[in-house]
Design a binder for this molecule. Sequence first.
Ligand code: PGA
Length: 251
Amino acid sequence: MRRKLVAANWKMNGSKAQTESLLNAFVAGIDAKAVDAVVFPPALYVAQVAQLLNGTGLEWGTQNVHAADNGAFTGELSLGMVKEFGCRYVLIGHSERRELFGETNADAATKVAAALNADVIPMLCVGETLQQREAGTTEAVVGEQLDAVLNEVGIEAFKRIVIAYEPVWAIGTGKTATPEQAQAVHAFIRARLAKADGDVAAQCRVLYGGSVKAANAQELFQQPDIDGGLVGGASLQADEFTAICQAAAEV
Ligand code: PGA
């Protein structure tokens, strides 16, 4: 049985005060025994998050990381640094990193390998744009994004990787994929992994992201290949995010 996982991606939002009030509500409202919950704050707030979540059963991580151990990489963070602040997860290859900051499939593969080496769980984001979906290339695009990582780290490594399928056209747009649309791509991802190893494919958690909210979480999480959610906008509202976690715990 794959345990459900729900992650909050705060992107470049928040403040010290908001971090504190959101996390107090998350700790009070999320049953960490029933669902894995992970918070990805802006990197500056990771120390504060670590202090507030330490010992609560909720986990945290960064939204990006550099693959190198250290060096002349102005503005970047290493895995050693994020580990020192208790990060168990790191987001890799989010569509905003790919689209706005030019990250490639090869970059994502290098970062996933580095995270695994450092014993940090990579949450690998994949997904097609609207144009790609309309051109009928969703599976080709997502398959290529997956293969880049598979070829770099091998199938066994997917026991320690979480995948987040996020159709770019559904991110921050309020346009959620229908449960059927999402399930179809999740099944494709799992089948792609199963070609390499059926057991690993059956174990690997594949989350859905893109306008997940309390109102649509349950029907998404009921799909057989959807193992939780990566939540942006709704994770900045305490009642929304705790309700999404509750839905995951109950499915
Ligand atoms: P959204 O963002 O929930 O605001 O659509 C999801 C994400 O980008 O991870």
